[in-house]
Ligand binder design. Structure first.
Ligand SMILES: [Zn+2]
Length: 384
């Protein structure tokens, strides 16, 4: 660490000294249920962050929302200049009660509990980095967003993210770092959809011919939809849920399916959607009708010359702490796609390292919390 200036060393040493406080915030956040549709829970997680920041002299703006959790925006060193933006989402994929069943625990250097690495550790990391710059003075305007609903496509947060990203010269999204310490330089975009088929009920034994099976219609559509997957081009079309019918001896009057479209190239989105719409509209069985509804959507994180430079910059800063950071592509979507889509140089997956997200085996590498916060803080300082 010989290359660090005295001012840089002060900041990163302070971050190391705040390890227990940061871990305490992670624990409080993990132990606060905050499923995306649980407004009270997502807001309670927000209260924890606001309290943590308030105790360190940082006030937050709250963007109220009636349906989802409120948006939270904190900043230090506000000015007219272009900002550096830190991002993170407070919601998890878990229903209320999960935190009580699996509270935050640390064993053998691994933290566990719902949302520990996706992405409550990242939120705490951003909060401590913000606090460091409140203490030592920021290198320029620094903004952090603690948003509400990423796991369902950020219906309420997208506008706030795009608005802040438009005035940012760099965006760091604290989604979990890869198990090998890598960060994420590209992500697929995604469209989440619901398909509803209506048929006609009839007794399966007495008058089968009077019925029209919504399940059969759906099954034929699914085969066609799956055929849209093009591995080479990075397009996938997957029906992840199906439900339908009433009882075994009835022709099914209805069926529903959840469809997930992913793509790498932004230009592929409209073509794939047109193909999906054609398949949905094509009627295999007379007497059926079908509805298609988009329930959520993410923009792809597309690497640019500017984002490539941001990655090189971050990796060089991480090297100061002996960390070897690779840039990786992820099929999973995130808010970083929205930031990148408005032209902001964006780097994702800079949060503490972890893995097996969205599963009971989710883990957080506790020893990575301080080094990742230090790498981020140095990257912020040296951008200025
Ligand atoms: Zn996440």
């Amino acid at each position: 660490m010989a290359a660090l200036t005295e001012a840089e060393r002060k900041v990163v040493d302070w971050i190391a000294a705040e390890r227990a406080a940061t871990l305490g915030l992670i624990e409080a956040l993990v132990n606060t249920d905050s499923g995306s549709l649980d407004k009270a829970g997502v807001d309670a997680a927000g209260e924890r962050i606001r309290g943590f920041l308030a105790a360190r002299g940082i006030a937050c703006d709250v963007v109220r929302n009636d349906r989802y959790g409120d948006g939270i925006r904190a900043s230090v060193g506000e000015g007219d200049g272009r900002t550096i933006l830190l991002m993170g989402h407070r919601d998890t994929v878990y229903a209320r009660g999960e935190a009580a069943r699996r509270p935050f625990r640390v064993a053998d250097g691994r933290g566990s509990g719902p949302g520990c690495c996706d992405m409550k550790a990242g939120l705490a990391m951003n909060a401590i980095v913000l606090s460091a710059f409140k203490t030592f003075g920021p290198p320029g305007p620094l903004v952090a967003l603690f948003t509400a609903d990423e796991e369902i496509g950020s219906p309420s947060s997208r506008a706030l993210i795009e608005q802040e990203a438009r005035r940012a010269r760099a965006v760091f999204n604290a989604e979990p770092g890869r198990p090998n310490g890598g960060v994420v330089t590209g992500r697929k975009g995604g469209v989440f959809m619901k398909i509803e088929v209506t048929g006609k009920a009839a007794h399966a034994g007495n008058n089968l011919a009077d019925g029209v099976s919504a399940i059969e219609e759906m099954a034929r559509k699914i085969v066609d939809l799956h055929a849209l997957t093009d591995h080479e081009r990075g397009i996938s079309c997957n029906v992840g849920t199906v439900a339908g019918g009433e009882v075994v001896n009835m022709v099914a009057p209805s069926a529903t399916a959840g469809l997930d479209l992913r793509f790498i190239h932004p230009g592929d989105r409209d073509g794939a959607m047109a193909a999906i719409e054609r398949i949905v509209a094509h009627r295999h069985l007379a007497g059926t009708s079908t509805r298609l509804e988009i329930t959520g959507e993410f923009k792809p994180l597309v690497a640019s010359a500017e984002s490539g430079k941001l990655f090189e910059h971050y990796a060089a800063c991480a090297r100061e702490f002996g960390q070897k950071v690779t840039g990786e592509f992820a099929g999973g979507c995130a808010d970083s796609g929205f930031a990148a889509s408005v032209g902001a140089p964006t780097l994702c997956g800079v949060g503490p390292i972890g893995g097996r997200t969205h599963s009971p085996d989710e883990y957080l590498d506790v020893e990575s919390i301080v080094p990742r916060a230090q790498a981020l803080a140095l990257a912020v300082m040296r951008l200025a």
